[in-house]
Design a protein around this ligand. Structure first.
Ligand code: B12
Ligand code: GTP
Ligand code: MG
Length: 393
């Protein structure tokens, strides 16, 4: 009998919730620092953790120790898993540990894996890397190690910075757990929803918009991008949670250039089942209340899970909704159907570099009425300043 895909699946890593007994779903930041293009191992680990019920935030390649540390702090991870295959672990590993200390999360464990000679492992452990894993480590061993790092969350983060404490407050709020006393809440001036089908380019657009937002603010700051002026912006990015394992791969953050943006924005990834946005209003208020003065967040972007025709809940949580469409999604009949197109305040015709853009614009003009239609090529930043200016109102 020929082997079917189903038969193959039974020999692969078994999809199973291996985390249901823990105090919360582990949040793991998986990333690679330096000029290391070996991403096969990290993808294997990401899938194994996701398929065990872990929430995996993948920050992508070419991270600096600082950008990885900022991501870990803002995502309130239980552990950072850094994969190192380029022989730079003895330089970048200690720098990562130092950056976490500077950002108020010295307690956050760093696991390092990849091509790590035994002598170097000793040095890394001496410097404060919590655990090292070399090639041939079993995937179940990695899941076990992540489980071991997942401890009950305290309401207050020791030696915390404002961003670290905000990150913890969001975790507790999202999980429906009690928060510390005296948490400040404030609805920011503008909350912008970005929705549209899976892969339409929502994250790439949001990444470009926050870059543009930071660049055009023009006040003084210490990082490469100014952080002062008329408030900062923040992003809440939702990705789906597995109905089978409870795990998730949170990949929206990957599109943002944190090496350059540094702390100019606050970015948080969360996973939900369906359209369960019940904690969103309070999470938005936590972000609005967390910082003061020049650091204050006045604009929040909310990226939805890849949405279908009927997924329109986001509308009631935001001030303005952008619906992202791409060429080739259907014809004029789709445009007339009830649902997601009705909730758009602004239409974004993204991937304008793909064939069928003219037809998309023509069909949109038929239904848009007085609503704006903005053409974009998110990967090149084309149309992004116009989109941002329409959404900022
Ligand atoms: C495939 C491969 C490539 C592919 C990469 C494909 C890809 N997209 O990833 C290609 C051909 C592109 C490539 C290129 C290069 N490669 Co190469 N490559 C390999 C090879 C043969 C296998 C790596 C692999 O994918 N393994 C399979 C995955 C699933 O396993 P893994 O990565 O080991 O990960 C497992 C564990 O290590 C562990 N793990 C890994 N990371 C982490 C992190 C944490 C936190 C944890 C808990 C666990 C963990 O878990 C995984 C699952 O068990 C290795 C040799 C080897 N046998 O390891 C060389 C190797 C990594 N490459 C090497 C080199 C030098 C290069 C090049 C510089 C070669 C060149 N001169 O051009 C370039 C650099 C590319 C770049 N841009 O960085 C060296 C690195 C030497 C070093 N660090 O000291 C190696 C070791 C070969 C060697 N013996 O010299 N390479
Ligand atoms: N050619 C082209 N590719 C684009 C454009 N915008 C985004 N992409 C690519 O489309 C893919 C998906 O982009 P994302 O930004 O992750 O899409 P998304 O809507 O956030 O996806 P989900 O969060 O999974 O729903 C990536 O490979 C992007 O590089 C564009 O304007 N043109
Ligand atoms: Mg996305």
């Amino acid at each position: 009998m020929p082997q079917t895909t189903l038969n193959v699946a039974t020999t692969e890593f078994e999809r199973k919730d291996r985390c249901s007994d823990l105090p919360h779903r582990p949040r793991v930041l998986l990333g690679k620092m330096g000029l290391d293009g070996h991403d096969r191992g990290v993808k294997v680990i990401a899938r194994a953790l996701r398929d065990s019920g872990v929430h995996v935030i993948y920050s992508g390649l070419w991270q600096t120790p600082r950008s990885l540390a900022i991501s870990a702090r803002d995502e309130d991870c239980d552990v950072i898993c850094a994969s190192m295959m380029s022989n730079s672990h003895l330089v970048l590993g200690p720098k990562l540990v130092d950056e976490l200390k500077k950002l108020g999360r010295a307690d956050l464990p760093v696991y390092m894996g990849g091509i790590l000679p035994q002598d170097d492992v000793t040095k890394l452990l001496e410097y404060g890397v919590a655990r090292c894993f070399t090639t041939g480590t079993g995937l179940i061993d990695i899941v076990e190690a992540v489980r071991g790092a997942t401890k009950q969350r305290a309401a207050s983060v020791a030696a915390s910075t404002k961003a670290a404490q905000l990150a913890r407050d969001i975790s507790l709020m999202h999980d429906g757990k009690p928060l510390r006393a005296g948490v400040k809440k404030r609805r920011p001036a503008r909350v912008i929803g970005v929705t549209g089908s899976p892969g339409a380019g929502k994250s790439t657009l949001v990444a470009q918009m926050v870059g543009e937002f930071a660049r055009t603010k023009g006040a003084s700051g210490t990082g490469a991008v100014p952080t002062g002026g008329a408030g900062r912006c923040a992003v809440i990015a939702f990705d789906p949670m597995s109905p089978i394992t409870g795990g998730a791969l949170l990949g929206d953050r990957l599109r943002v250039d944190f090496n350059n943006l540094d702390e100019a924005i606050y970015y948080r990834s969360l996973s939900i089942r369906g359209e369960d946005y019940h904690a969103l209003p309070e999470i938005i208020e936590l972000i609005g209340g967390a910082f003061e003065g020049e650091e204050r967040v006045d604009t929040v972007f909310v990226e939805t899970v890849g949405a279908g025709q009927n997924e329109t809940q986001i509308r009631s949580f935001v001030d303005v909704t952008a619906v992202v469409l791409t060429p080739g999604m259907g014809d004029a009949v789709q445009m007339d159907k009830a649902g997601i197109l009705e909730i758009a305040d602004v239409f974004v015709a993204n991937k304008a570099d793909h064939p069928g853009e003219n037809e998309l614009i023509r069909d949109l003009r038929d239904i848009a009425g007085r609503r704006a239609i903005i053409e974009t090529v998110a990967t090149r930043g084309q149309g992004v300043p116009e989109l941002l200016s329409v959404l900022r109102g």
